[in-house]
Write a protein that binds this ligand. Structure first.
Ligand SMILES: Cc1cc2nc3c(=O)[nH]c(=O)nc-3n(C[C@H](O)[C@H](O)[C@H](O)COP(=O)(O)OP(=O)(O)OC[C@H]3O[C@@H](n4cnc5c(N)ncnc54)[C@H](O)[C@@H]3O)c2cc1C
Length: 450
């Protein structure tokens, strides 16, 4: 019997496969498509996500292939209302990386395969009845855990007897255009007559507006007079704006992650990025359970915490979309007033996938990483603190099981006066405080309480 069968080899399934295989799990990815999906789709990978992908060893290569995008500017009726800059955040990758989704998937697939996962293409799953996964062709497969990373039309979700809740609206289109671009951040142009969004891509720009795809360039010429004229439209597509999430993420050994569990509005680019954060959380929890170091309550904490995080990010993206599309004059005035008052640190953190409160608060506290958020990384000689963290790691003093990884608290650490810090394998701070509290903290983490 396999340890984990992952249904769907999109970015979330591939990232999960790599992270699990690295921890010694026997993993198969079952992907219906015979060849990778060539459509660019998600255009940006958030800095927080790239940091979380470091254990797979592909982050530096991705950084060298993409183009940084530094926050966003809101321009209303031709006037700059607010500018959110991510580059001042005290994190290791303070930007979003423009990179076509197929290139990310290619890197994740290579990393997953190198770690020992088997990616089977042209294999369609038609049913799930634990421990069996039924394939359209060939014998069924048995696995201890089955994870549905099979996107919006998930068969795994259907087999779990749950559906996405929420709302969907039509009316937006996007186009990737080849253009000589000097854009360094997203630009959101709102007017009484409509919305137009420009995003920097590695090889041009992505344009989004409220019109059919064939009318995009004319709409941009009307709403953004200083937009450059594109040499070529490389890809255009209408898309639906969703705010949907699954109420149930786990039934026994069957779990959901990524678009199978939540669908976002594209504003802010949180859809794929939230799914990748699901994969990072699930990977270490499932590994601990498979290794017999935690019982499977830890998986309930995955379902609980990621469902809550996904609902917040779905709601945030929806609110931003609705806010940007408001047309009556009083509502436009309100939008300008609210947008110019949103704290910079929050907006910047949201734009690159960090917990909105974390960096601003941590900076205010003199850079002290707090429990519950991702640790701020610090340099250790030629390397970085979080590069040393692979399993559950205790920095400093304190008791814990024999298998716990241990390291001294490094010079210049971001944990204030703590003597003992417990870091989860995904770089989140589970505990910081006196050494006497470390053993309890390990128990709470493994019990799914921290
Ligand atoms: C036009 C468009 C534009 C987008 N723009 C953005 C954007 O700007 N920013 C952003 O963040 N996101 C964007 N997205 C969304 C983004 O592409 C998704 O959030 C992301 O792909 C989700 O990854 P995933 O791995 O969860 O699911 P998917 O990428 O959907 O992967 C699911 C995989 O499962 C496979 N599969 C499905 N059913 C089965 C089955 N029964 N058996 C076996 N395999 C199966 C599919 O073939 C697919 O490869 C866009 C999507 C589209 C379509």
């Amino acid at each position: 019997m396999l340890d984990v069968a992952i249904v769907g080899g999109g970015p979330v399934g591939l990232a999960l496969a790599g992270l699990l295989a690295q921890q010694g799990a026997e993993v198969q990815v079952l992907e219906a498509r015979a060849a990778p999906d060539p459509r660019p789709r998600a255009s940006h990978v958030h800095g927080a996500v790239l940091e979380g992908l470091r254990p797979l060893g592909c982050t530096e290569a991705l950084l060298s292939r993409g183009r940084p995008s530094d926050g966003a500017r809101l321009v209303q009726d031709g006037r700059l209302i607010t500018e959110v800059r991510t580059r001042d955040l005290p994190v290791r990758i303070p930007y979003s990386l423009a990179l076509p989704q197929p290139e990310l998937e290619e890197a994740l697939e290579a990393a997953a395969t190198a770690a020992g996962a088997r990616v089977r293409r042209g294999v369609r799953v038609v049913g799930v009845s634990p421990p069996s996964v039924t394939l359209e062709a060939g014998p069924p497969l048995d696995a201890r855990f089955i994870v549905g990373c099979d996107g919006a039309e998930s068969v795994v979700r259907e087999a779990m007897g749950t559906r996405l809740r929420g709302i969907t609206r039509d009316g937006l289109s996007l186009a990737d255009v080849r253009v000589a671009s000097t854009l360094s951040a997203a630009e959101l142009h709102t007017q009484a007559s409509g919305l137009a969004i420009r995003l920097p891509l590695r090889d041009g720009e992505r344009w989004v507006a409220e019109c059919p795809p064939e009318a995009l360039t004319a709409t941009f010429a009307r709403l953004v007079p200083d937009a450059p004229t594109p040499d070529e439209v490389l890809w255009a597509s209408p898309f639906r704006v969703h705010a949907r999430w699954a109420p149930v993420w786990r039934r026994g050994p069957v779990l959901l992650a990524g678009d199978a569990a939540h669908l976002h509005s594209p504003v802010g680019g949180h859809g794929m990025n939230t799914g990748l954060l699901d994969a990072m959380d699930l990977a270490w929890k499932l590994s601990m359970v498979l290794q017999g170091r935690a019982d499977d309550h830890l998986l309930d904490s995955y379902a609980r915490t990621r469902r809550r995080a996904a609902r917040w990010s779905v709601a945030g993206a929806w609110a931003a979309t609705v806010g940007l599309r408001m047309r009556p004059a009083p509502l436009r005035w309100l939008r300008g007033a609210v947008a110019s008052r949103v704290p910079q640190g929050w907006a910047a953190a949201w734009a690159i996938g960090w917990d909105v409160r974390a960096p601003a608060i941590e900076r205010a506290r003199g850079g002290a990483s707090r429990a519950g958020s991702r640790a701020l990384d610090v340099r250790l000689g030629a390397g970085w603190m979080l590069d040393e963290v692979r399993g559950l790691t205790l920095l400093g003093d304190g008791d814990g099981p024999a298998w716990l990884a241990r390291r001294p608290l490094p010079d210049g650490h971001p944990f204030g006066d703590a003597r003992s810090v417990l870091l989860r394998p995904d770089g989140f701070v589970a505990y910081r405080g006196p050494a006497a509290g470390a053993a309890d903290a390990v128990d709470r983490v493994l019990g799914g309480l921290a």
